[in-house]
Design a protein around this ligand. Structure first.
Ligand SMILES: Cc1cc2nc3c(=O)[nH]c(=O)nc-3n(C[C@H](O)[C@H](O)[C@H](O)COP(=O)(O)O)c2cc1C
Length: 211
């Protein structure tokens, strides 16, 4: 596809953007490893600050690795919830639900950030801005991955957990110290009985201001 040089008449949101939904239930079949690699390739075509590609992707499709990740992040979440004063039975329920959600997905892609290729600054203000740019680009990469998954007929869902406990996620999988997990994507063939939550209309008049 080339970039068009004339506007499309009556342009609408492209179907492939509209069709991607967060789908949280999967058929049990595995996802082909080559397909997962292609999704990661698509992720890596995302824009990134100064051509850095500060992302690393971990493909997880064995029961042991899924359980290790879910268990490591769950232990950390359990501590956080207990500190919040949540009743222990509710904590146990929440952590178990998260464990089940993660381990039930046929494949996981864990998107990590590194400082590789990023600019280093002596001051905290610019260090945070640089890391923030890397994080924005990780979001773009994950969106590329999920749009491509939808295009391949696969279901996906972004799970926030690792951003709350990057070190726990990293250590659970014995990843290199410099790889800090920030996003988890569940991937599989969609369970046809899953009904995505109704999508509210986009209130463009509220969300956009024309100057
Ligand atoms: C940064 C981020 C974190 C998210 N975390 C979770 C999550 O932890 N669990 C979950 O089920 N969905 C999660 N989602 C999916 C959102 O709930 C979903 O994108 C939103 O409800 C809109 O629905 P749609 O993706 O079907 O359009 C996350 C999405 C984003 C962008």
């Amino acid at each position: 596809m080339s970039v068009r040089d004339t506007p499309v008449p009556d342009f609408r949101v492209p179907a492939f953007v509209e069709q991607r939904r967060s789908i949280r239930a999967f058929r049990p079949e595995p996802v082909d490893r080559d397909v997962l690699d292609t999704l990661i390739e698509a992720a890596c075509l995302a824009p990134a600050p100064h051509h850095s590609r500060p992302w690393r992707f971990v493909v997880i499709d064995t029961d042991d690795a899924k359980a290790a990740l879910a268990h490591g992040m769950g232990a950390r979440w359990r501590d956080d919830l207990a500190r919040d004063g949540i009743a222990p039975e509710h904590v146990a329920e929440l952590v178990q639900a998260s464990y089940t959600k993660i381990t039930a997905a046929p494949a996981l892609v864990l998107a990590c950030l590194t400082w590789d290729g990023l600019d280093r600054y002596p001051d905290e203000h610019r260090r945070r801005a640089e890391w923030g740019m890397a994080l924005l680009s990780l979001g773009a990469a994950v969106e590329n991955l999920m749009l491509s998954a939808a295009d391949a007929g696969l279901a996906s869902c972004w799970v926030a957990a690792p951003i709350f406990c990057p070190e726990a996620a990293r250590d659970a999988l014995q990843l290199p110290d410099a790889w800090l997990p920030h996003a988890l994507v569940l991937i599989g063939h969609p369970d046809p009985s899953y009904v995505a939550r109704e999508r509210p209309p986009v209130p463009i008049e509220v969300l956009r201001r024309n100057l």
